[in-house]
Design a protein around this ligand. Sequence first.
Ligand code: HSE
Length: 403
Amino acid sequence: MIQIAVLGYGTVGSGVVEVINKNQKEVSKKAGVGIAVKYILDLRDFPGDPMEKCVVHDYDVILNDPEVKIICETMGGVEPAYTFSKKALLAGKSVCTSNKELVANHGPELISIAKANNCNYLFEASVGGGIPIIRPLNSSLTPERIDGITGILNGTTNYMLTKMDEDGVDYAQVLAEAQQKGYAERNPEADVEGYDACRKIAILSSLVYGKTVRYEDIYTEGITKISKEDFLYAKAMKRSIKLLAMSKDMDGSCFAMVAPFMIRSDNPLYCVKDVFNAVCVHGNMLGTTMYYGRGAGKLPTASAVVSDIIDCAKHQGKFIFCFWDQEKVTLSSKEEMCWKFFVRVKGDKDSCGLMKAFGETEMINIPECQDEFAFITDEISEKEFEERIKEVSGVITRIRMND
Ligand code: HSE
């Protein structure tokens, strides 16, 4: 029997306990040994909870108990999760986490401490919730030179964009609805500004390059400026708008970005709706593989954490190789990246300077938006677009297109 401790008895932590208890037979069979929760660390007490007796408030009780071999960190945030995880690894206890903030900030350091102490720091649940994506990158896809990852990595914003698309509602209304349903936080910044997706693509990119992609270096744009009118245009073009997190390796020049894109209906990510996430990974031998499922939520995320617990149990005293060094990757600037741009302009197309700036372009008009027009540029670099768009007056918005 392996004893484990769960740090943080919130949504994911209580989910981990539920998965272990409900699927006890499967978990112990696949781990090759029984797994039992000995401690739950939380500031609160949980009177009446079946796990009430396992709750402790002092982390040292867990750290100093030699019976505890695996620690499951589901606290979120950098501190005290970082200090607790580091202490556990230094003591030779493996750590499994769902904490993308901590992994994006300190992942390579914690992995190297795990390696030095013959234990593991695993983080399957930190990206894509219940979707297996870290393990495929670390094992199944190892023969590949991966040159591109494009994903929908945030469930909250995908839910919001789906609602705007399907129900024709505006951003403020859909945000209120998402908050009411408990998808969006009271302070929704991390999701709607793209910060959450940015940390997740930083983690995936780091695993692809084997070095550290700093999330601070990733150009990130959220969905706060997307309106219901943008979706009317998208629909007229048989497209939708998705918040994409992408990472590209262009012959050694690495690039990563998070931004809303208009995507075509034949793009596999077009069908990813509501809180679902999906990640497309392109390898030079295999081509594209796609990973799809529930990117958030109690049991899907907990299931991914428990998959790591099982891996740790199977590899006691043995480090599972993970390619992620502390050396930093220098990302290319977005200025050289090329795409088509969709642009909405208020007023008249003959007097706004469009012809002079962009020449002949594809025009889009929809009956719902009478006092404006829209156009699509040829594929041009971000730098060129920014220079030319300055010459056009009355620009309402611009959205990149992923063709
Ligand atoms: N806020 C995140 C999301 C939770 O909406 O995807 C999972 O990381």
